[in-house]
Design a binder for this molecule. Structure first.
Ligand SMILES: NC(=O)NCCC[C@H](N)C(=O)O
Length: 258
């Protein structure tokens, strides 16, 4: 069964204080960020996605990057335990949101840490990035929750970027795309297509051939368009300054049985 529901969370007033790890800090325009976020949500909705606002977590600057707080496989949610302490309070509202949508809820427990941005699902294969935010105990706990449901969990080292999905995402046919310089081991993926820009590695599958992508990746969009896809570009410059990408601004729930 397919569903088109997406969790989103408004950017909070402290957005500009969000964490930066692999990039230099740049001033964030919070008004522009809010306008960009609205455009992002509008792009999801105009493609038929029902959006669900997660309760704000305004004390947490990075709360808008809601994808990091949970992983959902079919109707089973695993609430993350963010690798960054400043993000730990973000999960409470997400717990409520997924429970309301009919998911059963599991948690990553100490000493495990896991960020949703480290988890890439392609069919029943669940790639999990072991990197700066997700540790070995987090990987083990993810396996324990999802393997009994039929998932094949594949752990992947991530050392060059914040999250696995900062390095790679997947096209509708399962081809993994990434900017080669930032991918630790492209050979771990059965089919890998290099893209010319860092942010060109990030696609949200809207449905059919449509791919939501950042406006900062025009050459990658052209490449994918030439392969028969239909890129929909959104400007997320203010979130990119905080190492955010199109994937991390929502949690897409495609396999809910309702
Ligand atoms: N999944 C993602 O790529 N999330 C981006 C999170 C950015 C945020 N500033 C952080 O460092 O946690």
């Amino acid at each position: 069964m397919t569903s088109k529901k997406a969790l989103i969370r408004r950017p909070g007033p402290r957005l500009a204080e969000g964490l930066v790890t692999h990039v230099e800090r740049e001033a964030v325009d919070t008004d522009l960020a809010f306008a960009q976020w609205r455009e992002y949500v509008a792009a999801l909705e105009s493609d038929g996605w029902e959006t669900y606002l997660v309760e704000p977590a305004d004390d947490c600057p990075d709360a808008v990057f809601v994808e990091d707080t949970v992983v959902v496989f079919r109707n089973v949610a695993l609430i993350a335990r963010p690798g960054a302490r400043s993000r730990r309070e973000e999960t409470a509202g997400v717990e409520q949101a997924v429970a309301r949508l009919g998911c059963s809820v599991n948690w990553v427990w100490e000493p495990g840490t896991l960020d949703g941005g480290d988890v890439l699902k392609i069919g029943d294969t669940v790639y999990v990035g072991r990197g700066g935010r997700t540790n070995a105990a987090g990987v083990q706990q993810l396996r324990a929750v999802f393997e009994p449901l039929g998932a094949r969990v594949v752990a992947v080292p991530v050392s060059k970027v914040l999250h696995l999905k900062s390095a790679v995402t997947a096209l509708p046919d399962g081809t993994v795309i990434g900017h080669e310089r930032l991918v630790d081991h492209a050979s771990l993926f059965p089919r890998f297509l290099p893209v010319p820009e860092e942010s060109g590695a990030h696609v949200v599958l809207l449905g059919g051939d449509r791919l939501l992508m950042a406006a900062s990746a025009p050459k990658s969009a052209e490449l994918l368009s030439d392969l028969g896809y239909d890129p929909v570009l959104v400007d997320i410059s203010e979130f990119e300054k905080l190492e955010g990408c199109v994937t991390c601004l929502s949690v897409r729930l495609r396999e809910l049985y309702a």
